[in-house]
Design a binder for this molecule. Structure first.
Ligand SMILES: Nc1ncnc2c1ncn2[C@@H]1O[C@H](COP(=O)(O)OP(=O)(O)OP(=O)(O)O)[C@@H](O)[C@H]1O
Ligand SMILES: [Mg+2]
Length: 403
């Protein structure tokens, strides 16, 4: 099962490219589901079909669905969020972690994520194409499973012990039957959500999932795409392609048109190396809005070539995972290699907070939970080279001897 997530700045053509990719795969014989995870839900307009919260067949081999977050409203995310803030406060969790909590996405977005996971794990399709919200929101969402897991791991064991002790105490004092079980249901909800979010991360950061960035050849759009690329890498998601969309065709002798075509080509040539090794595909500006499967199929052919077995094999092949976060050994020492493509040295900071390494790149923070071997080390240096942050850890004899 292959999963492709499409994101990019607002209005660049995410929905169009996601839908075109799905049509192309389906017409190549791949059983495909295209999912709209964006609350704006323009996928229906793009495919020119009425869509709902259950998958509908658009054409043979192609189904489409809008995830409906409200259908899962019973999960009481709000209560959980308040509970977490309370727990963090009681436990005196450090302000850095508390700050991260304040940027957690809202209930609807979280529920959409669970819905996407369910559609993927249902296993009814060979390819699931997800039309995501614009990059900033998508990033917040993709960072969530890991961030929330960390809080829950941090806060739940303690909280559960406290609750059990309280419940036992109350039983002793008041007798059976009238035992108040304060916030117990919330603890259960939190544990369930924790388990579910781990499942989400397994699916979305798994070896057969990749992200494709859609951009248009404009300076601001490219700048945002580069920041998104870095942040995705930091959160452990792999980008396996960039789609440059709405390129003005260079043919004809219209000065305005050839001028634009030349300027766009230059801009893309300049930007291309910052996305390497992810290939950059190019889609021309169609003469009209690409709406409906036929128009989308035409657009997709310019992107991916003809439909058929080769195209099916290509889209189903697992993404190249080289360049993800990893740990290397260097004699007695370790190197934690964090891929941060397109990162500028000035925009980066690094701090060790307990068992975590906090990396901040281009405005995005990630607390990397260190493997146990690295926890017993001291950080002796870090360098940024060829799109990789290499953090050096030396074993600390004092810590190695500790029980
Ligand atoms: N290659 C193309 N040629 C011509 N028109 C295009 C092309 N790609 C997208 N469009 C048009 O551009 C508009 C925006 O596209 P789309 O809705 O796919 O963008 P989006 O990134 O999903 O937007 P949003 O951020 O609002 O979700 C639509 O009207 C779409 O038909
Ligand atoms: Mg869209």
């Amino acid at each position: 099962m292959r999963v492709l997530l499409f994101t990019g700045k607002g209005g660049v053509g995410k929905t169009t490219i996601a839908a075109a990719t799905a049509v192309h795969a389906a017409r190549s014989g791949v059983k495909t589901l295209v999912v709209s995870a964006d609350a704006a839900h323009s996928l229906a307009d793009c495919l020119d079909r009425t869509l709902g919260s259950e998958p509908v067949e658009v054409e043979p081999g192609l189904s489409a669905v809008h995830v409906d977050a409200r259908a899962r409203g019973e999960r009481s995310w709000r209560a959980l969020q308040e509970y977490l803030i309370g727990v963090l406060d009681t436990l005196g969790v450090d302000p850095i972690a508390a700050e991260e909590l304040t940027v957690l996405p809202g209930a609807e977005e979280v529920l959409a994520l669970l819905e996407v996971r369910d559609l993927v794990t249902a296993g009814d399709h060979d390819l699931v194409v997800v039309d995501c919200a614009p990059s900033a929101e998508t990033l917040r969402l993709l960072a969530l499973p890991e961030a929330l897991s960390r809080y829950l791991e941090l806060s739940l064991p303690v909280e559960r012990r406290v609750l059990r002790a309280m419940a036992a105490g109350a039983r002793a004092v008041r007798g059976e039957g009238v035992v108040p079980r304060p916030r117990d249901h919330v603890v259960e909800a939190a544990e369930r959500l924790h388990a579910e979010l781990s499942g989400v991360r397994e699916v979305l950061a798994g070896p057969s999932t990749s992200v494709r960035l859609v951009l248009t050849p404009e300076a601001l759009v490219i700048a945002e795409a580069r920041r998104t690329l870095t942040a995705l890498a930091l959160y452990g998601y792999g980008v396996d392609g960039v789609v440059a969309n709405r390129l003005v065709p260079a043919d004809g002798d219209d000065v305005w048109r050839t001028g634009w075509a030349r300027a766009q080509a230059l801009r893309l040539a300049e930007a291309e190396p910052s996305f390497a090794p992810a290939p950059m595909l190019r889609a021309g500006y169609a003469a009209g809005e690409p709406i409906g499967p036929e128009a989308l199929a035409v657009l997709a052919e310019t992107l991916y070539g003809p439909t058929g077995t080769a195209a099916a094999q290509e889209v189903l092949a697992p993404p190249d995972l080289a360049g993800r976060l990893r740990v290397e050994r260097d004699g007695e020492e370790f190197l934690l290699v964090v891929p941060v493509p397109a990162a500028e040295r000035e925009a980066m900071s690094l701090a060790r907070v307990g068992d975590d390494l906090c990396v901040q790149v281009a405005g995005h923070r990630r607390a990397l939970s260190l493997p146990s071997a690295l926890r017993r080390c001291v950080v002796t240096g870090a360098r940024l080279r060829e799109g990789e942050l290499r953090v050096r850890f030396r074993p600390d004899p004092a810590l190695w001897r500790a029980p």
